[in-house]
Write a protein that binds this ligand. Structure first.
Ligand SMILES: Cc1ncc(COP(=O)(O)O)c(C=O)c1O
Length: 431
């Protein structure tokens, strides 16, 4: 199977972490997100162990909240002893209310409002990853008002094109995120931070994109960042202590995707950096990474109930399910590839080629086009694999569809970790 937590049982049902998905669909209803929480924990520990091995003590992964933010994720991250990066007051509140140690929380975003800044300080967020001059000024003003010192990093765009889908490239010079090294603006903003009495300048951040399978762009980004850190040292006399290299490691969604070797990626980056430390006469920095997708994607899948069918003779066949773009907008947004299968006929041959459609009043509401699938009928359980990242976190209530529940599976058994929304939930804020 695509990932090691997936298998087919003797009665031909798809299992995740040993749990029968057809039984889960029956017990909890559909659409249903299933999250293998042991795999999430193992991924946190895997990254922590490898990052410490290659970059030294104090170096650490920060799970990227944007991939999946819910209280259970922060409980798992806290238990694994790793940090988190977050991009909104809502993510901060979720982590805070789950009891996450907020000194290990890093606050991102290209437009933190004054309210966000105050809220993050109230919640004890450990470090702000500043994105621009306005944020530098706003945070300095708030910190001065409170008479506190705040740890900060600066997000820069290193000008790297990682050959991935354009919408998820974030480190190019013309990106909306961060200040560009190439234009000299990153150095200018660094000087501005150094001039702020209440900001403790810890280091720099970059994130080059997402779903990257090439190893080389990560190493190139690290080299570019160290060259820039050396330049800042030369220009200002100040050496930062920390470098945050973001996330972006690829995940297998379909059989044709390569297997990404996380240890190779990290050791290649470490090798490239060791050469740069020697070249620029820098001492080793504390290194942070922000894996999101590779922490949670393969730990998740979504279960739907098959409903209507339609074959347009000479054109295509549709299989419609009881969810769609509100619970997984990624095909509609990016034409993301997914593996679909009929969970109660999981070992059968996929002899059909179908478009899996959702039930929204929207032609673009598709989960997958041209998808190989087992023959199926109304009432079958359809599984979409590897939906742990950027599915629940991107979900909406379009067409006033309630968001599905999420059930956690693992050593603790199967249990609801996010309740299914009800119709009352949908009108809760309506006046
Ligand atoms: C700043 C930042 N960090 C981390 C991530 C996580 O990336 P991924 O899920 O590809 O690992 C993202 C995603 O775009 C990001 O923008």
């Amino acid at each position: 199977m695509l990932h090691k937590n997936l298998a087919i049982s003797d009665d031909n049902h798809l299992t995740i972490a040993g749990f029968d998905t057809v039984e889960l669909a029956k017990k909890y209803g559909t659409p249903l997100y299933v999250l293998d929480t042991d795999t999430v924990y193992e991924n946190c520990v895997m990254y922590k162990t490898l990052i410490e091995k290659y970059f030294g003590e104090g170096s650490m992964p920060l799970i990227a909240s944007k991939a999946l933010s819910c209280k259970e994720i922060y409980r798992i991250a806290a238990k694994a002893g790793i940090g988190t990066d977050m991009v909104s007051g809502g993510e901060i509140y979720t982590a805070f209310s789950a009891g996450f140690p907020m000194e290990r929380a890093y606050f991102h975003g290209n437009n933190k409002t004054d309210k966000d800044i105050a809220f993050a300080l109230d919640c004890g967020v450990g470090c702000f990853v500043l994105d621009n001059n306005e944020e530098v000024e706003a945070l300095e003003a708030e910190a001065a008002k409170r008479n506190v010192k705040v740890r900060v990093m600066l997000r820069v765009s290193p000008g790297i094109d990682p050959h991935t889908f354009k919408a998820v490239v974030t480190g190019s010079v013309d990106s909306k995120f961060g200040v560009a090294i190439e234009t000299g603006q990153a150095l200018e903003t660094s000087k501005k931070i150094l001039g702020c009495k209440h900001l403790v300048f810890e280091g720099f951040h970059c994130h080059i994109g997402s779903q990257i399978f090439d190893y080389e762009p990560f190493a190139t980004a690290a080299e570019t960042m160290l060259a820039f850190i050396a330049e800042v040292k030369k220009e200002t006399g100040y050496t930062v202590s920390t470098l945050n290299l973001g996330g972006g490691f690829g995940v297998r969604y379909v059989e044709s995707d390569p297997v990404f070797d996380y240890e190779k990626a990290l050791s290649d980056i470490a090798d490239a950096m060791d050469k740069c430390y020697a070249k620029y006469g820098l001492t080793k920095l504390k290194i942070l990474f922000e894996p999101g997708r590779s922490m949670v994607a393969a730990a998740g899948l979504t279960l739907y109930t098959v409903g209507s069918f339609k074959t347009i003779t000479g054109y295509k066949s549709y299989v419609s399910v009881d969810g769609g773009m509100p619970d997984n907008p990624r095909y509609a947004l990016y034409q993301s590839k997914y593996t679909c299968l009929v969970a109660n006929k999981a070992g059968d041959e996929k002899t059909e080629t179908v478009t899996v459609a959702g039930r929204c009043c929207e032609s673009g509401d598709l989960i997958q086009e041209e998808a190989p699938l087992q023959p199926c009928e109304r009432g079958d359980t359809l599984a979409v694999l590897v939906t742990g990242a950027y599915n629940y976190s991107m979900a909406s209530n379009y067409n006033r569809l309630p968001r599905p529940a999420m059930v956690g599976v693992g050593k603790d058994g199967d249990r609801i970790i996010i309740k299914r929304e009800s119709y009352e939930d949908l009108v809760r804020n309506d006046i």
